[in-house]
Design a protein around this ligand. Structure first.
Ligand code: DGJ
Length: 718
C-alpha cells in the first residue's frame, strides 16, 4: 500500500494512487488519481517546472508564509520574539504508526501510514505530515504534526491538516451551507483565478458551513472532510500558473498555540478521497465512516426504530402521557421510546433548568427510575434527551456556580435560546458533566441518549490563559468528556444533535454512532438535506423521522407514506403524538415499521445510490443495494408536478447488468395498485422506468405542496 523508492513516496488505495516526490526542499505532489501499475521508467516528467516560476508552480504538501509564495499557507509560525520566518526542508520519509493524541479522534485500523518529515533548522521545529491508507476504501487520512525540538517556544498561528496542490484552475467547488433547519444545502461554484474560503467560526462544525467539501474536474471529484467538531477552514486558491491549492483543517480564526520546547501539536485528521465521480466518492466515504470512524461497538449494528416525544408534546407532558404514547408506539412496532426535552428541573419552556439534571417528579411520575420502569413495561427500550454543555441562568447550577458559565467577567453575555454555554474547559465543569450524564444513565438505565447542543459560542473567557485557542481547548474538552462517558457506558447508543444537524461531523461520529440530521422534518425539504448529507455520511449515521402533517414549520401537508419513504433514507423514527393518529394511519404505520424492520439491514448498511443528483429536477430518489447486489430497496420521488407536464422516468443503479431482478412496489395505503415486474439489471439501470399512476395518490392533500413517491424492493431471481 505504501512504498518509498528513489525519492518517490507511493500510496495505493484500492482504486487510486498518490505519488509524492521528496527530491527537493519541500516534497511535491506528482500524481493523485486512478490507480497506476508499477512505475517502470520513473516519473520525473511529472515534476513542476521549477526554474521558471519558483514556488508558484509547485504542488507542495505544505506551505509557509513567504519564500516567494504568497498564497494561503497551511502553516504559520511566529517566534516568541515576534519575528515571522520559516524555512522547512525535507528530512526523511518513512513508514510509521498512525499518529494519535489524547482525546483527539481519528480513523482506526489503517493498513499503512507514511510520515514525511521536514525541519526548520534555526528554530528546531519539526513538521511531520502523515498519510494513512486503508484496505477497504479509497479515503486517505492526513494529519500534520509539529514537534518543538528547539530551545525556544514558538507560537503556532495556523496548522492545517492537509494541503493538496493540483494542476489546473477550472475546478468546481461544492460546499454544504445553511442554517438551523436548512443544513448542508449544496452550492457549486467555479473557483477560477481567486481564493475561495469555506469556514466555520461558530465554535462548532456548524449548520452554516459544513467541513465536507468537494472539488470537481472533468475527470472526477476530490472529496474532503475533517475528523473535528470545531471551527474549520477549507480554502481553494488558484493562481495564474494553473495551480489550485486546497487546504483543509482547523480554522486559524482566534487560533494561536504556544509550543514550548519538547512539546507537540497534532492537527485534527483530514480525510481526502479521489473518485471518478460522486457515486464512487459516496461509496468510499460510506465505507470509511462505517468501518473506521463509527465506534466499533456500533459498526454494522442495526439501529432501533424509535418514537421521540419532542414534536408530539414539546415541553407539555406528564408521565401518564409519555407512558400512553409509549404503549401506542409499541403497538405500532417501535423498539425505543425517547423522552425529549422538558423532563428535568422546572423546565416547561426553554428559559430555565439547563444544568439541573434531576427529574421533575410531577412530569416523570416520581423520577427517572419510575418513568423508565413504566416505559420499559410497555416493552420498549428507554431513551432520554440531555443538553450537557449548556446552562440556564435560571437554574440551581447557575445559582451555585455562576463561574461555570462561558462568559467574560464584567460583561453581559450574549444569550441564545435563553441559555449560556458551560465553560467545559474548566476541570470541575468537565467532572460535573461526566457525573450528571452518568447519573442520568444509571438512574434510568438508558439504552439511548440524545446529546443536544442548541447554541454556538460567544464571550470566550481567558481563565488566566489565552482565549485565542479557546475554541480548540473547548473541543478537546468535549472529546475528553465523550471518551470518558462512552468508555464507561459502551452499550449506550448516543445520538448527537445540535439544534438539528448543526454539528454533523466525523468528530462527533467517532463517539456517537448517529446524529439527528435536521429539525426540518418537512418531507420535501428534508430530501435535499438527507441527499447532501449522504454524499459523505452513511445512512446509519443519519437520524430521520416521520413527523405530523401539516408540518409544524412549513405547514406543508404530505401523505404519511411519502413521509415514511423519505425517513427510510436514514435510521427510521417517528416524532409525533401517536394518540392523534386515525385508525387508518395506525394501520399504515404498523405496516411501515414491519416493512422497515424486514429491510432494515439494507436501508441502514446497503451501498447507497442517489437516483438523481440534480436536486432541482422533478425526480429524485435513493437506493440501498446489498453487498452482493442480489437485493435492493429504495424510493423515488416526484416533486414540483406541473400541469401539462409529464413523462416521469428514472433508472436504478448499482445492479448486476446480467442478473434478472423482480421489482416490487411496496403496497402503499395511498395507492390502489402496486406493480411487480421482472427485468435484467442492465435494463433497470440503462433503461428509463415509467412511474405510471404516481399522481393517483389517494392521500395527496388538496392545496398542498406535496410530493409523490413510491418505494421499490428488488430481488435477484436469476
Ligand atoms: C433541538 C433538537 O434538534 C430537537 O430535536 C429537540 O430535541 C429540541 N432541541 C429540544 O429542545
Amino acid at each position: 500500500m505504501i512504498s518509498i523508492r528513489e525519492n518517490i513516496v507511493r500510496l495505493d488505495t484500492p482504486n487510486t494512487t498518490l505519488l509524492i516526490d521528496t527530491d527537493g526542499e519541500i516534497p511535491q505532489y506528482l500524481y493523485y488519481g486512478k490507480r497506476l501499475p508499477p512505475l517502470k521508467d520513473g516519473c520525473a516528467f511529472l515534476r513542476p517546472e521549477k526554474e521558471r516560476t519558483g514556488a508558484l508552480l509547485d504542488r507542495q504538501i505544505l506551505s509557509q508564509f513567504g519564500r516567494g509564495d504568497y498564497r494561503e499557507s497551511s502553516l504559520l509560525l511566529r517566534d516568541a520574539d515576534g519575528s515571522v520566518a520559516s524555512r522547512f526542508v525535507f528530512r526523511k520519509a518513512e513508514t510509521a504508526e498512525k499518529p494519535a493524541a489524547a482525546n483527539l479522534p481519528g480513523a482506526r485500523d489503517a493498513a499503512a501510514t507514511v510520515k514525511i518529515q521536514l525541519c526548520d533548522q534555526p528554530s528546531g521545529i519539526v513538521c511531520n505530515v502523515f498519510y494513512s491508507a486503508f484496505e477497504d476504501t479509497d479515503a486517505v487520512a492526513v494529519s500534520t504534526e509539529l514537534l518543538n525540538e528547539g530551545e525556544r517556544p514558538v507560537l503556532v498561528g495556523k496548522l492545517a491538516s492537509l494541503q493538496l496542490d493540483l494542476n489546473g484552475n477550472d475546478y468546481t467547488v461544492s460546499t454544504f451551507d445553511g442554517s438551523w433547519a436548512a443544513e448542508r444545502i449544496r452550492h457549486d461554484r467555479t473557483v477560477g483565478n481567486g481564493l475561495f474560503v469555506n469556514q466555520s467560526k461558530t465554535g462548532s462544525s456548524s449548520a452554516l458551513h459544513s467541513p465536507m467539501f468537494l472539488v470537481s474536474d472533468t475527470e472526477g471529484v476530490f472529496g474532503f472532510n475533517l475528523v473535528w467538531s470545531g471551527n474549520h477552514k477549507e480554502t481553494a486558491e488558484s493562481n495564474s500558473f494553473g495551480v489550485t491549492r486546497i487546504i483543509v483543517g482547523e480554522s486559524d480564526f482566534l487560533y494561536e498555540v504556544r509550543l514550548g520546547p519538547g512539546e507537540r501539536l497534532l492537527s485534527p485528521e483530514a480525510v481526502m478521497c479521489r473518485a471518478s465521480g460522486e457515486e464512487e466518492l459516496t461509496k468510499a466515504m460510506h465505507a470509511f465512516v462505517n468501518a473506521h470512524i463509527l465506534p466499533k461497538r456500533f459498526s454494522g449494528v442495526p439501529r432501533p426504530v424509535l418514537f421521540n416525544s419532542w414534536e408530539g408534546t414539546g415541553f407539555c407532558f406528564d408521565a401518564g402521557k409519555l407512558v400512553s404514547m409509549a404503549r401506542q408506539a409499541k403497538a405500532l412496532g417501535a423498539e425505543l421510546f425517547v423522552v425529549d426535552d422538558g423532563w428535568f428541573g422546572r423546565r416547561n419552556d426553554d428559559a430555565s433548568s439547563l444544568g439541573d439534571w434531576s427529574a421533575n417528579p410531577e412530569k416523570t411520575g416520581g423520577g427517572l427510575e419510575a418513568l423508565s420502569a413504566r416505559i420499559r413495561e410497555t416493552g420498549l427500550r428507554f431513551g432520554i434527551w440531555t443538553e450537557p454543555e449548556m446552562i440556564s441562568e435560571d437554574s440551581d447550577l447557575f445559582r451555585a456556580h455562576p463561574e461555570y458559565a462561558m462568559a467574560v467577567p464584567g460583561r453581559d453575555p450574549y444569550r441564545h435560546r435563553n441559555q449560556l454555554m458551560l465553560d467545559i474547559t474548566l476541570p470541575p465543569v468537565k467532572e460535573y458533566i461526566v457525573r450528571s450524564v452518568g447519573d442520568i444513565i444509571e438512574k434510568s438505565g438508558a439504552d439511548y441518549v440524545k446529546w443536544d447542543y442548541n447554541r454556538n459560542m460567544s464571550d470566550l473567557p481567558a481563565n488566566g490563559r489565552n482565549a485565542v485557542h479557546y475554541f480548540r481547548r473547548y473541543i478537546l474538552s468535549l472529546y475528553e468528556i465523550l471518551a470518558s462517558l462512552t468508555k464507561k457506558y459502551p452499550d449506550v447508543l448516543f445520538e448527537g444533535c445540535a439544534a438539528g444537524g448543526g454539528r454533523f461531523d466525523l468528530g462527533i461520529l467517532s463517539f456517537m454512532p448517529q446524529i439527528w440530521t435536521s429539525d426540518n422534518t418537512d418531507a420535501r425539504e428534508r430530501l435535499d438535506i438527507q441527499f447532501s448529507t449522504a454524499l459523505m455520511f452513511p445512512q446509519a449515521a443519519m437520524g430521520a423521522h416521520v413527523s405530523a402533517s401539516p408540518n409544524g414549520f412549513t405547514r406543508n401537508s404530505t401523505p404519511l407514506e411519502t413521509r415514511f419513504n423519505v425517513a427510510c433514507g436514514g435510521n427510521l423514527g417517528y416524532e409525533l403524538d401517536p394518540e392523534t393518529l386515525s385508525i387508518k394511519d395506525r394501520r399504515t404505520i404498523r405496516a411501515q415499521i414491519a416493512f422497515y424492520k424486514k429491510y432494515r439491514a439494507l436501508f441502514q448498511f446497503g451501498t447507497y445510490y442517489l437516483l438523481e443528483r440534480k436536486h432541482a429536477s422533478e425526480i429524485c430518489g435513493y437506493l440501498s443495494v446489498s453487498p452482493k447486489k442480489n437485493a435492493a430497496v429504495g424510493s423515488v420521488f416526484v416533486r414540483n408536478k406541473e400541469t401539462g407536464k409529464g413523462n416521469f422516468r428514472f433508472s436504478f443503479k448499482g445492479l448486476l447488468p446480467d442478473a434478472v431482478y423482480c421489482v416490487t412496489e411496496r403496497r402503499q395505503s395511498n395507492y390502489a395498485s402496486a406493480h411487480t415486474f421482472t427485468a435484467t439489471g442492465a435494463l433497470l439501470m440503462y433503461g428509463e422506468i415509467g412511474l405510471d399512476g404516481i399522481f393517483e395518490d389517494a392521500d395527496a392533500p388538496e392545496n398542498s405542496n406535496c410530493i409523490f413517491s413510491r418505494m421499490f424492493v428488488l430481488k435477484k431471481i436469476k
